[in-house]
Every structure is written in C-alpha cells, then in structure tokens.
Design a protein around this ligand. Structure first.
Ligand code: IMP
Length: 188
C-alpha cells in the first residue's frame, strides 16, 4: 500500500523510510512535500498536528501522515517545546547551549507526534526519547538539535549517529513503529 508522508524535511523522510524497509511493513512510502499545509502556532504538539491533519484530510483523498516534533528541556520548563522550529531558526544549537550555560540539570526529551489519516479516520501516535543536552555541539549527521542531544543509554549525540543508530533510540522511530503496527493489522 502507498502511504504519503507530508513533509519537506528530507532527513525525517530518510529516517522513516529506513524503518519502513527494516520492518518489512509492505508500505510504499512517498514524500508529499509541495503541499499547502495549514499550520497554527499552538502550545501543544497534539493541537498543531491534529489541526493540520484535519484540514489536509478535507483536501486530499490519499492515506497520509504528518509528524511534528519538539525538544523539551527540563531546566527551561519545557522550552523550546512546540516552538522548536522557530527557536532552531533563530538561536540554533549554539543559542540553546548559551541558555544552558552553568546549568547542571541537562535532562531533556524529544517528543514526536504523528497524525495518520488512514481510510478516512485520523489516528494519533506518540514517541518520546529521554536524554541530555550536551556541553558542546558534536557531530554532523542529522538535522536540527541532533548535535546537542544525547539519548539515554548512549554517549553519542544524535549528530554523531547514522540514521539506523538514531532510529534505535529516537522519538520519531517510536511513534513510527506504533503507526506501522496499527497499519499492519489492517493490511494483513
Ligand atoms: P518540526 O516542526 O517537527 O519540524 O520540528 C521542529 C524543530 O524541532 C525542527 O526544526 C528541529 O529543529 C527540531 N527537531 C525535531 N525533530 C528533531 C530531531 O529528530 N532531531 C533534531 N531536531 C529535531
């Protein structure tokens, strides 16, 4: 079956494609990048992703999903959270490290929310990856805040990991696995 991933982020697409193949899901993943996605700036990722999915489901008649993610830092009371995209584009990894200067509690988590529009219904899947903010920018792989995030159980940042390695830990991989399990029960 064909499933469209509505994203213009090629890194996200590669991460999900690797999982779809690895899990032999029977899904043929296609990117849907050049589509007008109505977005709101909300305080919760769920709200943002559901709003976009509901609007899009009125416009396109294919099975698709959208995904929204954010970095939540404990010592900053969850900042940047749903504002991660804006914060990355404005102050970036270096800016986050400056905000964290002198702070010993480096705990943080990435959250991923997927809204799947499948056979006319919308279903939500979530994934969380706990970890820590590094003391410096490390690694050139991935995107966004990858070079400053060390997932639990690893010494490396996401920026120092291959796609396959990141998928062993990541928030997105956890949410995608749940979505694939759900779809599998339908296409058996
Ligand atoms: P988006 O709205 O899902 O694109 O995510 C918002 C921002 O969070 C992105 O611009 C990235 O800076 C950051 N982000 C989301 N997911 C990841 C990830 O897996 N690694 C690193 N940064 C991420």
């Amino acid at each position: 079956m064909k499933l469209y991933f509505v994203t213009s982020n090629r890194h996200k697409f590669e991460e999900v494609l690797a999982l779809v193949k690895e899990l032999e899901s029977g899904i043929q993943l296609e990117p849907l990048g050049n589509i007008r996605k109505l977005e709101i700036q909300g305080d919760s990722l769920d709200e943002i992703v559901l709003f976009a999915a509901e609007n899009l489901s009125r416009e396109i008649r294919v099975d698709f999903f959208i995904e929204d993610a954010g970095l939540f830092i404990d010592a900053l009371r969850g900042f940047p959270g749903p504002y991660s995209n804006y914060v990355y584009r404005t102050i970036g990894c270096e800016g986050i490290l400056r905000l964290m200067n002198g702070i010993t509690n480096r705990n943080a988590e990435f959250r991923s929310i997927i809204a799947l529009c499948f056979r006319g219904i919308i279903k939500v899947f979530r994934g969380v990856c706990k970890g820590k903010i590094s003391n410096e920018v490390r690694g050139h792989f991935g995107f966004g805040f990858d070079p400053i995030f060390i997932p639990e159980g690893s010494q490396k940042t996401f920026g120092e990991m291959s796609t396959a390695e990141k998928n062993m830990h990541s928030h997105r991989a956890k949410a995608v696995k749940l979505m694939i399990e759900f779809i599998r029960t339908f296409i058996k």
